[in-house]
Write a protein that binds this ligand. Structure first.
Ligand code: NAI
Length: 251
């Protein structure tokens, strides 16, 4: 039985990357807590299907986080429809091609990973924070990765963009610390999701071998941690990347 962190019916959360994996489970968890969820994803059919189980007040929006005009108009539209946005959870991310040494990474592949994992996070922050500043309340969470702290072999674009994302999270914490808007991140290591299932088994083995628990983490645990971080209950921590790595991260 999960603890209740948010006001039922009066807490509005935008979950990006909500058609699958961590984003979908987080949207389910927040809706289960009584939150009103706006589910965003570039996968239109996936996000519309997912939203059917998120309660009658939930809305689905197809949006590509790399498109500034689409991001801005979508966020503005949700703020208008809901009246306010209390929190944004950004789970949109891709690995790009893996098992590729850095000098063999294709420039187009690096750019594609950068546009989603890092620029998309910046665009979402830029779009949502003005709505939070107007009310002096907000929570922004981007899902980073342990790869951004340690680097994963054969994943140059992924590791570099997740490092950049951790830098963005630290800056959000400092830019808005006085305004009760907190910017936090979450750094998981190997939660079994469609993104992980799409990786070669050798890459999954490489990652699970690095954590002392020697296994994948549970989706529900990831969703519950995110749910707490973006709730009013998490009021002091900001500019921080919380770990869910089975003991791999030690600081
Ligand atoms: P997933 O592949 O199951 O879900 C990612 C979602 O993001 C998908 O629904 C996809 O359509 C959406 N998305 C991708 N590009 C988009 C775009 N341009 N615009 C809008 N939506 C887009 O992946 P998973 O595993 O749930 O990952 C979620 C986040 O967690 C990602 O940022 C990932 O890098 C991060 N992460 C996951 C780990 C894991 O073990 N599953 C480990 C470390 C980090």
């Amino acid at each position: 039985m999960a603890l209740q962190y948010i006001d039922r019916g009066d807490y509005n959360v935008v979950v990006v990357g909500a058609a699958s994996g961590i984003g979908l489970q987080t949207a389910r968890f927040l809706a289960g807590q009584g939150g009103r969820v706006a589910a965003l994803d570039r996968n239109k059919d996936g996000v519309e299907t997912a939203t059917k189980e998120l309660g009658k007040d939930a809305v689905a929006r197809a949006v590509d986080v790399t498109d500034w005009n689409a991001v801005r108009s979508t966020i503005d539209g949700i703020a208008q429809a809901f009246g306010k946005i209390d929190a944004l959870v950004n789970c949109a991310g891709i690995t790009g091609k893996t098992n590729v040494p850095t000098h063999e990474v294709e420039i187009e592949d690096f750019d594609a990973v950068y546009r989603i994992n890092l620029k998309g996070a910046f665009l979402l922050s830029k779009a949502v924070i003005p709505h939070m500043l107007a009310r002096k309340y907000g929570r922004v969470l981007h899902v980073a990765s342990i790869a951004g702290k340690e680097g994963n072999a054969g994943m140059a674009a992924y590791s570099a963009t997740k490092s950049g994302l951790i830098g963005l999270v630290k800056t959000l914490g400092k830019d808005y610390a006085e305004t009760v808007i907190s910017g936090n991140g979450r750094s998981p290591a190997v939660i079994r999701t469609p993104m992980v299932d799409a990786l070669p088994q050798a890459t999954i083995d490489y990652m699970t071998a690095k954590n002392p628990r020697r296994r994948c983490g549970e989706l529900q645990e990831a969703a519950e941690l995110i749910g707490w971080i973006v709730s009013p209950a998490c009021s002091f921590a900001t500019g921080f990347t919380f770990e869910l790595t089975g003991g791999r991260a030690v600081y």
